[in-house]
Design a protein around this ligand. Structure first.
Ligand code: NAD
Ligand code: DAU
Length: 336
């Protein structure tokens, strides 16, 4: 395969590039990334001289760049997005631009250039929120009900991807995945923010009452799911991807991290809640298992321990990330 990875300098994209070059050393990868605040070529240092890997700095909204890159590949795996819910609440504009308009530019170019596959990486947040203390889970038939500017823009992109399949026959697949965690995770998100704040001796901010539930997936398990979809998935299908956590609240996630790191719970700080905060996500991935034979490998304790170890061993990576513009964002978000 000749793959175009969009957003490959971000958290999941970079993990996917490492994974794919290891598992499919005969394939070629072009990484198209605009290097926004979330994109970091340090994430790809290990592979930058690999002859089967190349990097193009460019915006997916820029038709000219996209039209230059697309003819060199046969498969697109589309990760590029504005991905942080809190930033979308501060300013939705870049979310609509990249997530909706950028996806449409890619779809158009993929059509023109006869892509064999366009795989779109989406999120469980498009399905809205589930109540606490129920057995309900999202599945392939759950209606869309996005509630933040981020999830609304991702829902818009999912609809466009399906429309290009129905209307023009573009060979697409979509995956809706739950909360990833692992190496290279940008420390604006809960788990890497908590781990790095703990190492720095800072408080760990918990929104509202902390009784919010996410479905946590170790990022390598997401990579194996995308592999299964690219190699065995059926054109036009949507696959749900989730982890092995049984309803764990944010507060319990933080307490678990503190216990692994041998720190006191005194450093937990309850802060102002996120507006429109989705109470609970849970994914039913049985269809993905039945159709593709995929299932997650890492339980939460193992994945968390590996992740904490990575942040301990890569202090210079996250200290660089947390300097500069990150400080301004932190102050505006947490008012400190
Ligand atoms: P991220 O924010 O870490 O990385 C996004 C990458 O996209 C960055 O490298 C950035 O530079 C690049 N990018 C942004 N705008 C661009 C543009 N206009 N043109 C080119 N590149 C651009 O995001 P992530 O957490 O790795 O998420 C990747 C994808 O997975 C996103 O589509 C996200 O919606 C989806 N997703 C994420 C999670 C999660 O838990 N992180 C879960 C489910 C789905
Ligand atoms: O569900 C998949 C989604 O997971 C992806 O589509 C998004 O791209 C990704 O960012 C993630 O969204 P969340 O909003 O769930 O992730 P975040 O890490 O920002 O927050 C996780 C939970 O922790 C959420 O309930 C909000 C809460 N939180 C977050 C931060 C940053 C806190 O309590 N304190 C914090 O400081």
């Amino acid at each position: 395969m000749k793959l175009l990875i969009t957003g490959g300098a971000g958290f999941i994209g970079a993990n996917f590039i490492h994974y794919w070059l290891r598992q499919h050393p005969e394939d070629q990868i072009v990484n198209l990334d605009a290097l926004t605040y979330a994109g970091n070529l340090e994430n790809l240092k290990i592979v930058e001289n690999n002859p089967n890997y190349s990097f193009v700095k460019g915006d997916i909204c820029d038709r000219e760049t996209v039209d230059q890159v697309m003819p060199t590949v046969d498969t697109v795996v589309h990760f590029a997005a504005e991905s942080h819910v809190d930033r979308s609440i501060q300013d939705a504009t870049p979310f609509v631009k990249t997530n909706v308009l950028g996806t449409q530019v890619l779809l158009e170019s993929a059509m023109k250039n006869g892509m064999k596959r366009f795989h779109h990486i989406s999120t469980d947040e498009v399905f809205g929120a589930l109540p606490l203390n129920t057995e309900n889970k999202f599945n392939e038939t759950t209606p869309y009900d996005p509630r933040s500017p981020y999830s609304a823009s991702k829902a818009g992109s999912d609809h466009l991807v399906r429309a290009y399949h129905t209307t023009y026959g573009l060979p697409i697949t979509i995956s809706n995945c739950s909360n990833n965690y692992g190496p290279y995770h940008f420390p604006e998100k809960l788990i890497p923010l908590a781990i790095t704040n703990i190492i720095e001796g800072k408080k760990v901010p918990v929104y509202g009452d902390g009784q919010y539930v996410r479905d946590w997936l170790f990022v390598e398990d997401h990579c194996t799911a995308i592999d299964a979809i690219l190699t065995k998935g059926q054109i036009g299908e949507t696959y749900l991807v989730g982890g092995l956590t049984d309803d764990i609240t944010n507060l319990d996630v933080i307490k678990k991290i503190l216990a692994i790191m041998g720190q006191s719970e005194n450093i937990i700080e309850f802060v102002k809640d996120r507006p429109g905060h989705d109470r609970r996500y849970a994914i039913d991935w049985t269809q993905t298992k039945e159709k593709l034979g995929w299932e997650p490998k890492y339980d939460f304790d193992t994945g968390l321990e590996k992740t904490i170890q990575w942040y301990k061993e890569n202090e210079s990576w996250w200290k660089d990330v947390k300097s500069g513009a990150y400080q301004e964002y932190y102050q505006s978000q947490y008012n400190q």
